[in-house]
Design a protein around this ligand. Sequence first.
Ligand SMILES: [Zn+2]
Length: 266
Amino acid sequence: MKYEADCLSSGRPPQEETKMAGKQVRAQASWKADYPGAVVYDIPSSAWTYANRPHDLAITYVVIHYTQGESFHPISFGPGGLAHYGVGDDGSVDQYIQERYIAWHAGNWYYNQHSVGVEHTGYGRPQDWTEAKLRGSAKLVANICERYRIPIDRSHIIGHSEVPDADHTDPGPNFPWLKYMRLVRNYLGGGSPTSRLYRVQCGAFGNKQNAEKLVAKLKSAGYDAYVMEADGLWRVQTGAFTERKNAENMVAKLKKAGFDAIVVGG
Ligand SMILES: [Zn+2]
């Protein structure tokens, strides 16, 4: 079975109560948001598929979209499909579909079954990716990844355009992936300074160029490496984990591949 996703929206202004497919959609929905603070809506069950994720189907991906509209409020969606979440310019988060249900957003049934979809307002232009929107979205995605133990890397947090067989181009060339992934990592553990996070570090350098050389080497070996600046040093890291065991597993893998690696933080 395959459903067509639809990232298009009319751009009509947000409304508290509106109609979709002839049915009422309310901001005051009858269920509780999976993401604390998200505004929830009752979307007719004709617009998604019942499931009991992650018990019947594992959740292993987050798919990033934009709406091609100023708004993604439910009125703007046709019968095509709808992601679980929508993030606005101000970083506010709406939830349309419970995470345990399958939303039709990825244009690929397997990915729909195994992902959480996150829409963003706008047309994918540079000015549409506001700081507040990126931060609101990254915080949401960090929370989703933490709850389902989804690795924070570009194999698991993907754009709609990266879904196999998807014919959509969102989030497009202006989406700042490097910055976004850094934000997601920073928001792990709720982003609070007291949160314990175990980071895998492959080196620390006094100059950025040397750090970037190591990042390039790690990337060509298949690792999702990045540079983090802290205490005047450019630190090359390949992951952040909430459990020490997972960080240690990554260190063992890196050492086997000939890289130096240690666990830091926690
Ligand atoms: Zn999309």
